[in-house]
Design a protein around this ligand. Structure first.
Ligand code: M6R
Length: 609
């Protein structure tokens, strides 16, 4: 995820900015840049690659500037490059801006600005910001920014510097973190607390809709209408390593908690405001080919493969076309029946997984159209695919994949609905119903996270088990696969998932007293059948944790513990159902003293076959 730092004071700004950015490196980035005010000019340097590349470019430059802003970029709109790196400037070089988040209506704004004669250099959404500031500026930077944010849709933390107002930074926030660090005769801005800790522990946490006006001596916060807001000072007591994790004990937990934001971002700009249609501007597939596709293959590894299993059921049901989900390491060795009328969807968080990349190449060799679903702009998979749908989850650091999975699911729904739209396989009212529910998932995910302590309590009771079974039917079964993977990879408990109806064909022999069985029963049409399957394991005195949608209290009669998820469209339930399973695995792993973020024998990105 992108990182922001800002400084105004009496020290040399460049080293302060670079040091602040280095504290945000752990978040992942592809390019970095700074701009400082010096000798009545804005001096800017930005570079693709690590911070050290930027530092090298800055070698030999005077370090007299006392005010500036810096940024590390994680690409969303536009590939990683020098030009797309932040800061971005207006036509005159009078304003420079750094930005975290996504400006959803940037295309509309860009067209409007271009019509007024503004010239754009980059492919980013961010570049509309300095041009908007240029348009609205009448001698007061704060007033200009206030007008700019009124035009924006989406999420942002923005910091602006102006050549004509030395020693002043102005910033705004909506759905993307922004903090002020309070110093003596100096003040700081940052997207995250670790960037501030070397200098101060006294902070102001900026809220949505607020604007900050920062000089070395003064910090003024106001709301959108310009009315002053009184902020409480928040004294940071976290250690540096804890601060990197936003105060969470592990990256995995932080990433689980980031899911509501990640779901929202991944949907952003991809559904019309009235929920009528899916917009996937990134797909350049000819309508004739869309109609001609006679088979879809979803190819991936591990958690991404599990997202593909959900995708298979979703796309088959929405588009009525046969879909195969394939494990990438098997795909190219089984002689898949792929041809020019096939659509191959490769799914990969990192975009670098060797087996998935090899499957992509094989699919292209066989003449298929290849769409990548990935989290990393500029990754090998994104470059080699014909089209890319990005999951805007932000960097995932924990080895165990969480927010990447739920955002991959969002892409599966969007792709399925888009194909259904293009091929006319689903009535408009049904598309709308699903789109309305999709938008509500983020808030519903928050509700599940609010139940974390109850899930932690349940988890503690299972910490000494050596085997666990996950059962479900339909979409619940494929989510059970992901639940089992999460538990085994971070707690080292042997965990397997089974279709619930399959138990009595063998596995029931292993179900004995106190064996944990996690039973997923969120699918309305299969609920009664699932209750019967739970009764089968209940009769063997297994210890049952059931997951059901709110309102289905009947399940409590057959389960030892029940976790409810908010009611949603059954097709979308996987996004919610998996969250308690992630938390369950996390808490069991912590209770067993395992290395949650770096489980033994595993790597985040598997770049060898
Ligand atoms: O980067 P990718 O999505 O291609 O990685 C695929 C798998 O290695 C990955 O999903 C792995 O299974 C997870 N780390 C498990 O949590």
């Amino acid at each position: 995820m992108c990182g922001i730092v800002g400084y105004v004071g009496s020290r040399a700004a460049v080293p302060v900015l670079i040091e602040g950015l280095s504290k945000l490196e752990y978040r992942g980035y592809d390019s970095a840049g700074i701009v400082v005010w010096e000798d009545n000019q804005l001096k800017l340097e930005k570079k693709l690659g690590r911070l050290s590349v930027l530092q090298e470019a800055l070698q030999g430059t005077e370090l007299n500037a006392r005010c500036g802003i810096g940024h590390t970029r994680w690409a969303t709109h536009g590939r990683p490059s020098d030009i797309n790196a932040h800061p971005h400037t207006d036509c005159t070089g009078r304003f420079a801006v750094v930005h975290n988040g996504i400006i959803e209506n940037y295309l509309e704004l860009k067209e409007w600005l271009e019509a007024k004669g503004h010239r754009f250099k980059s492919e980013t959404d961010t570049e509309v910001l300095p041009h908007l500031v240029e348009h609205y500026y009448r001698g007061d930077l704060k007033e200009a920014l206030q007008k700019v944010v009124e035009r924006l849709e989406g999420s942002y933390a923005i910091v602006v510097i102006c050549r004509d107002e030395p020693g002043r930074l102005v910033a705004a926030r909506q759905d993307s973190p922004l903090v002020v660090g309070l110093g003596e005769g100096e003040n700081f801005l940052a997207s995250d607390i670790p960037a501030l800790l070397k200098h101060t522990r006294r902070t102001l946490i900026i809220d949505d809709g607020e604007i900050v006006d920062l000089t070395a001596e003064n910090v003024a916060v106001s709301n959108g209408t310009g009315k002053p807001v009184k902020k409480e000072v928040f004294e940071v007591t976290w250690e540096e390593s804890q601060a990197e994790k936003g105060g969470y004990a592990h990256f995995m937990l932080k990433e689980i908690y980031e899911q509501p934001r990640a779901l929202r971002d991944t949907l952003s700009g991809r559904i019309t405001p009235e929920n009528h249609r899916v917009i996937l501007k990134e797909l350049n597939i000819d309508t004739h080919l869309v109609k001609k596709i006679n088979r879809v293959f979803i190819v991936a590894c591990g958690t991404a493969y599990h997202a593909g299993l959900v995708g298979k059921q979703v796309i088959e049901s929405l588009v009525r076309v046969p879909v195969e989900a394939d494990i990438a390491s098997e795909f190219r060795y089984r002689g898949p029946l792929v041809g020019p009328d096939s659509l191959v969807v490769v799914v990969s968080q990192s975009g670098e997984t060797a087996d998935t990349l090899a499957a992509l190449r094989e699919a292209k060799r066989l003449g298929a159209r290849v769409i990548a679903v990935t989290n990393v702009v500029g990754s090998s998979i994104s470059r080699e695919a014909d089209d890319v749908i990005y999951t805007w989850a932000g960097p995932e650091i924990a080895v165990a994949s969480t927010k990447a999975y739920t955002t991959q699911l969002i892409c599966m729904y969007l792709l399925g609905l888009w194909l259904a739209q293009q091929r006319g396989t689903l009535p408009q009212n049904e598309i709308r119903e699903i789109l309305v529910e999709l938008r509500e998932l983020s808030a519903k995910a928050e509700t599940i996270l609010d139940n974390n302590s109850a899930i932690e309590e349940i988890s503690r009771q299972y910490k000494d088990k050596e085997n666990a079974f996950f059962i479900g039917r339909g979409l619940d079964y494929v989510v059970a696969e992901e639940g089992a993977l999460k538990l085994k990879e971070i707690s080292y408990i042997h965990a397997e998932a089974y279709p619930a109806g399959e138990l009595k064909h063998g596995t029931l022999a292993l179900i004995v007293k106190d064996v944990p069985v996690i039973a997923l029963a969120t699918q309305k049409a299969l609920f009664e059948k699932m209750v019967s399957n739970i009764k089968e394991v209940n009769a063997r005195e297994a210890s049952i944790i059931a997951l059901a949608m709110e309102g289905n209290t009947e399940i409590e009669k057959v389960a030892d513990h029940t976790i409810y998820i908010p009611a949603t469209h059954p097709m979308l339930a996987p996004v919610l159902t998996v969250i308690p399973l992630q938390l369950l695995a996390y808490h069991v792993s912590v209770a067993r003293g395992c290395d949650v973020d770096k489980p033994r024998n595993l790597a985040k990105s598997v770049t060898v076959e």
